[in-house]
Design a protein around this ligand. Structure first.
Ligand code: SF4
Length: 252
């Protein structure tokens, strides 16, 4: 592994990435050039801009906002232009709005900082095996869990992003293309009816049965209200390098 010439903290507006960024800035103490980079996706909650601004003050380092202009940073522009929401090829929104943006920005001599938590050791090991890059995960290295990161942010006097306060496990887009859980989508229907309808219309147009009910895939507009238990459903990750974990989505 080459000696890093720059550190990139990938800030996703998630609590763990915020904690990882802060820990890295403190540990680096100005030794290496350090960039806090954020890939903006339009369908994230608007409160993320407030959270990013609060974190920026906490970090004492400006956040560099990046966006894939070909798609105006929007998952719906991706779906429209690529005619694909999610399936055997993964979710193109992750790839085009995060991976491509990251690839354009990074250099081989960068060290990448991620917000994997202590309970994600297996995912972190898989990630390192699959990606030949210089990467660290300071939250995990210190044995901190996701709940610790949430507490750390709150103790810094920063209000958590709205999505956490509404009970979501991750600060993903509102109506995430990779989510298949009936409970998740019924929660989105309740919290964000317009975003639910938008995905229902788009996924029907592209023929994508996005929801899993038992062993069956159904269209979002076929989902009965009230079914599913969001809290029991698997978490959906969407990170700057997470495209490798998307192979399970094979229902187009
Ligand atoms: S959070 Fe979901 S919808 Fe948003 S970019 Fe990631 S996979 Fe796509």
């Amino acid at each position: 592994m080459t000696t890093p010439k720059r550190i990139i903290c990938w800030f996703s507006c998630g609590a763990a990435s915020a904690a990882a960024t802060k820990l890295t800035i403190v540990a680096n103490a100005g030794r290496l050039p350090l960039v806090v980079a954020r890939c903006v996706v339009r369908e994230e909650h608007a409160d993320n801009d407030r959270f990013a601004a609060d974190c920026e003050k906490w970090f004492g380092v400006p956040i560099v906002n990046m966006l894939n202009e070909r798609y105006d940073g929007s998952i719906y522009e991706v779906f429209r232009k690529e005619s694909y929401i999610s399936g055997v090829k993964g979710a193109p929104c992750t790839r085009l709005l995060k991976k491509q943006v990251r690839q354009k920005f990074e250099k081989p001599t960068d060290q990448h900082v991620f917000g994997y938590c202590a309970e994600e050791q297996g995912r972190w090991d898989d990630f390192l095996d699959a990606n030949n890059i210089n990467a660290i995960s300071p939250v995990l290295e210190r044995g901190l869990e996701h709940s610790d990161c949430l507490a750390l942010i709150e103790r810094a006097g920063i209000e958590l992003p709205v999505m956490y306060r509404l009970g979501y496990k991750h600060n993903n887009c509102i109506g995430c293309a990779k989510a298949t859980g009936a409970g998740y989508w019924n929660k989105v229907r309740q919290d964000f009816p317009l975003m639910f309808s938008r995905m229902a219309v788009e996924s029907r147009r592209l023929g994508v049965r996005i929801v899993r009910v038992g062993e069956e895939r159904i269209f979002l507009d076929e989902l009965k209200p009230g079914i599913g238990h969001y809290k029991d459903e698997p978490e959906v990750q969407c990170g700057i390098f997470c495209e490798m974990a998307e192979q399970e989505y094979s229902y187009r």
